[in-house]
Design a protein around this ligand. Structure first.
Ligand SMILES: NC(=O)c1ccc[n+]([C@@H]2O[C@H](COP(=O)([O-])OP(=O)(O)OC[C@H]3O[C@@H](n4cnc5c(N)ncnc54)[C@H](O)[C@@H]3O)[C@@H](O)[C@H]2O)c1
Length: 430
């Protein structure tokens, strides 16, 4: 049965009080972490966490009984049994917990992260950090008011070879960076067409849906396929695309949302239940009415039906400056070109989650700043949401970047947020 907001207020009030007595996180202390959602990516996180000496996985929270047992057994191999639950409020209410790692589907990211921050926990939340623009804004506010560390799961931010490329761009290696490109071209699968069905026995589908409005279970929602359903995911632009978008923004050097968005695309290939475009071309402009050298543009390309890679890289980025360009493949490395395509520098490298975990734990210990804080995650996720909105509405959007609204476009403005399951304890307020 659904727990009401009133009941939750009591639970979270207890959590707030207990957070004042959070376990210390000095340089030599073990950080106690709760993992929420040990699914596909959550299991990757778990393997990396149990390999660490400075961290103890003290809770596993999972709404699928089989996955819960599997993850608990993984932690058990370290000789320390974790506590287990399907209700994340138990994790947030435990004063011994310092931090949580949230690897649930997207519709839970912001609601769970806000509850955790307000309960005094440090938070690592998977990308995209929000399911919609309004939630991202609320997350930024919650991170600020909590004073806790928030790290978004865009692990490229902690990759040394990417940091080096970004330093080159910032240092003027290609002159003024006026344009960036991010692409996501790969071959995805057809998810088929299904009818509502009974959820599997081992899954608490009520808890899985959480604050999202109640809808039917379908056999092509799990595992991981929920990302193509609007109630739970953000399409591939918010999935793999958001990594490239984040890297593009980083190199472009922008710290605000774009003001003009022009998206084109749709379902060009798949005839199935997917509710998002498999083909997208979107441009995002900063200062679109500005003077030369004061404007910037990001172009996003997505083809989810491509059995070949684009420009040498499955997923990649390019930055175009007034003196040269830099081309980067997330999984391979980057090359810097000067005028007339003269090769000036190159570096290979791969992206791994360990350095991003290291940075998160160092930030908790006060030895570093989070490389992907809420503001950074919110900017990248907002690009994904804006791209989806422009493609879905089929027209150019003018965004009030400061107010985070479509001030002159009611139809678009109604889509800045989402609808929730009425009265659910995890509905984010603000
Ligand atoms: N950073 C990366 O490179 C990367 C890569 C893949 C996925 N991801 C992100 O990781 C997240 C998970 O993706 P996935 O492919 O692993 O999906 P998944 O469906 O395999 O895993 C999600 C897990 O969360 C569980 N869950 C759902 N609601 C829950 C709740 N209320 N409490 C506890 N557990 C709950 C599900 O049962 C499932 O096991 C997504 O947001 C995705 O974008 C990130």
């Amino acid at each position: 049965m659904l727990t009401t907001r009133r009941k939750f207020v009591a639970v979270s009030a207890a959590a707030m009080t207990s957070s004042q007595f959070n376990h210390a996180t000095g340089p030599g202390d073990t950080i106690r972490i709760g993992l929420i959602g040990p699914g596909g990516m959550g299991s990757n996180h778990l393997r990396a966490l149990v390999a660490r000496q400075d961290v103890q996985v003290s809770w596993i929270c999972e709404v699928d009984k089989a996955r819960l047992a599997q993850a608990a057994a993984e932690v058990g191999k370290t000789g320390r049994e974790p506590k287990t639950t399907k209700d994340m409020r138990h994790v947030f209410g435990d004063k011994e917990v310092d931090a949580v790692l949230i690897a649930t589907p997207d519709h839970w990211h912001t609601p769970a992260a806000i509850l955790a921050l307000d309960a005094g926990k440090h938070v690592y939340v998977e990308k995209p950090c929000s399911h919609n623009i309004r939630e991202g804004k609320l997350l930024v506010e919650a991170a600020k008011r909590s004073g806790r560390v928030l790290q978004v799961g865009t692990q490229s931010r902690s990759a040394p070879h990417l940091q080096e490329a970004m330093a080159k761009l910032k240092g003027g290696a290609i002159g003024e960076v006026l344009c960036a490109k991010a692409w996501n071209s790969q071959k995805r699968g057809n998810i088929g067409k299904t009818k509502p069905a009974k959820p599997p026995e081992n899954l608490d589908f009520e808890m899985w849906q959480g604050p999202a409005p109640r809808g039917p279970y379908r056999t092509n929602m799990l595992p991981s396929i929920w990302r193509w359903w609007k109630a739970y995911g953000c399409g591939d632009i918010g999935n793999d695309g958001v990594h490239e978008l984040d890297i593009a923004l980083w190199g472009l050097g922008v710290t605000t949302h774009p003001e003009r968005i022009q998206g084109a695309g749709g379902k060009y290939f798949f005839e199935d239940d997917q509710q998002f475009a498999d083909q997208m071309y979107c441009s995002f402009e900063w200062n679109p009415n500005g003077t030369p050298l004061k404007r910037k543009m990001l172009v996003y390309e997505q083809r989810d039906w491509s059995p070949y890679v684009q420009e040498g890289h499955e997923n990649g980025n390019a930055w175009y400056g007034t003196k040269g360009m830099l081309v980067l493949g997330k999984a391979s490395g980057w090359t810097l070109f000067g005028e007339r395509n003269k090769k000036l520098a190159e570096r290979s490298g791969k992206i791994d989650i360990k350095p991003h975990h290291d940075n998160f734990f160092e930030a908790i210990r006060g030895k570093a700043k989070a490389n992907a804080p809420a503001e950074v995650g919110h900017l990248a996720a907002t690009i994904a949401h804006l791209g989806n909105l422009s493609v879905a509405l089929g027209r150019t959007l003018e965004f009030d970047a400061k107010a985070e609204k479509f001030s002159r476009d009611r139809e678009a403005d109604a889509l800045v947020g989402r609808t929730y399951e009425p009265g659910h304890w995890a509905v984010p307020r603000g």
